[in-house]
Write a protein that binds this ligand. Sequence first.
Ligand code: ZN
Length: 201
Amino acid sequence: MSAPSALVLKCPNCGEVVPHRVLRGKIAGKDEIVFEGVVRCSKCDAISNVVTREPKPIVVPLILSWLDRSEKTSLEFSPDEDVAIGEELDLGDTRIAVTAIESAGRRVGATKAKAVDTIWAKRIDQVRVKFSVNKGNRTVPHDVLAAPDEEFEVGEIVDLGKDRAVVHHIRTRIRTMRQGRVRADEIVRMYGRIVRERTSR
Ligand SMILES: [Zn+2]
């Protein structure tokens, strides 16, 4: 591990908690990350020798649900960081929300990261919109992936890859819409029919 180029520290000279440029130093430590080095205060320019310690991040097992699948992965936390149901986190480029936490063999609402056995989470940066498409003599279910705040409108033509389909009506948790638009995460199911391409002359 290489030393950082700057650290936020309390200056021994002026007492301010401000960024300090690292002039030289090294990182070591087994259970903790220990920085030992020489820094310059960005406020008063005083140069000091410092030793800082912070707990090493821990790796917590995480089960991520997405569509019909669950995937085992993990996420790094600072040991004393709080983890709570409903909390939103970044897992790489994916935004996730914590749905369950197991600690000491039972489900809890919140706890410190170091007490967590497993976190369950779901992906929240995309939702699946169910779309029943009438293809003449049969209805075929499709899944349309969308951002939660992306809107769908009755009359809109949706690209299904090979086919395109027009939205006839949209069922939400509270009503069936025969006109207007609604957010993807409020849709229970959309209904529509395949659009026949016309060759223009
Ligand atoms: Zn200072």
